[in-house]
Design a protein around this ligand. Structure first.
Ligand code: MRU
Length: 358
């Protein structure tokens, strides 16, 4: 296995060391930090230095693999396995990857093999991103009538960051957007800023800024007006957990977009690898929703400065994710193909991995 040069825009690693780009410092500072042990990984995941459902799972499992290459003690391995799998509750990819590794921990398998397993998650996430990019482009080309009118002006809208900063590859929803941008230079992408932590404003603009494609940043509360003005032809977002019936959890604000799309009759797509499906859960209401610090809503802290606009004593509710009922979703673009509601009613998602609440 040659992993010496494994590098993406968010992650570098070999068999003994991981480095991640610190996403809390982007877009102003591109600083790589070492993840030397599982404690570093748990902190980086909790603090969103590394984020995005697939990438969290890849980094946690790689870090665990490297740790097991040095640590043979089963109790120590189990302790850090537990800390990693519970480091963020909503994204299920992490749970699936760590659950796949668990039998190797139980049977005291060599660290080499555990690392090899983690490396396979990294490789397969990359190829899943490539497949979603091409399947998603086919779906959009059909849906937006671009076969007949290839020069037609059209615009997409996305929320949060779903690119190479959220996956081991080129992304989920953003991989489709990047692929469409390569094929249709007239395309415009509207990027939701994504309050409270501004993953759209800080990260998606940084990624799209490295391409030649057109994009504009908007505040989250502008999306409805853009739709009324017929400036949005389709919305594409990622997901952190999808139930067997297709209810899909994603960054807070996604549900509002889906409702707006329904009202304005705009197609609304979830783009996610099948490692984001939790077929043990049936409904979105069963998905654990992470609640984060009130300070994220009372103000904002970045690498440059921190600013507080609400008093310390102001009470806050800060759910980091919401979920969209399948009835509001036009279709699910996965590496295994494109699904609509009728396919899900036939049990198309039932065959994928089961996780449940940890
Ligand atoms: O809190 P974050 O930044 O980890 O949330 C990320 C998202 O909600 C993404 O949209 C989701 O993980 C899908 S990206 C592949």
């Amino acid at each position: 296995m040659n992993t010496a040069n494994a590098q993406t825009i968010s992650l570098k690693f070999n068999e003994s060391k991981i480095e991640i780009i610190d996403q809390t410092l982007l877009p102003f500072t591109e600083q790589w930090i070492d993840i030397t042990d599982p404690k570093d990984a748990v902190l980086a995941i909790k603090n969103l230095k590394v984020r995005g459902a697939p990438l969290i799972g890849v980094v946690a499992s790689l870090c665990f693999g490297i740790f097991c290459r040095k640590e043979n003690n089963k109790q120590q391995r189990l302790f850090w396995w537990e800390q990693l799998i519970t480091s963020r509750p909503t994204a299920v990819n992490l749970v699936h990857f760590m659950n796949e590794i668990k039998p190797l921990v139980d049977s005291e398998t060599s660290g080499e093999l555990i690392f090899k397993k983690a490396y396979s998650f990294f490789k397969s996430d990359q190829s899943m991103c490539d497949k979603m990019a091409s399947i998603g482009a086919e779906v959009l080309i059909q849906k937006l009538g671009l076969v007949e009118l290839p020069n037609k002006q059209f615009s997409l809208l996305t929320h949060c960051n779903t690119g190479g900063l959220a996956t081991a590859g080129q992304g989920t929803a953003l991989s489709v957007i990047k692929n469409m941008g390569l094929k249709f230079s007239q395309m415009m992408t509207y990027v939701d800023e994504t309050r409270p932590l501004l993953q759209g404003a800080r990260l998606t603009t940084w990624e799209l800024g490295h391409t030649k494609q057109k994009y504009k940043l908007i505040c989250d509360n502008m999306a409805g007006f853009l739709m009324m003005q017929k400036k949005v032809d389709a919305v594409l977002v990622g997901a952190d957990r999808i139930t067997s019936t297709g209810d899909s959890a994603n960054k807070i604000g996604t549900y509002s977009l889906a409702v707006l799309c329904h009202y304005h009759k705009i197609p609304f797509y979830i783009v996610a690898p099948t490692t984001t499906i939790d077929s043990l859960l049936k409904f979105g209401s069963e998905i654990p929703i992470e609640e984060r610090s009130p300070n994220e809503v009372r103000g904002f802290a970045s690498s440059k400065e921190s600013l507080q606009w609400a008093l310390e004593e102001v009470e806050v509710y800060n759910p980091s994710f919401d979920w969209v009922p399948s009835s509001l979703i036009t279709g699910w673009i996965t590496e295994d193909g494109y699904y609509e509601k009728e396919d899900l009613a036939q049990g198309s998602f039932a065959k994928y991995q089961k996780a449940g609440v940890i």
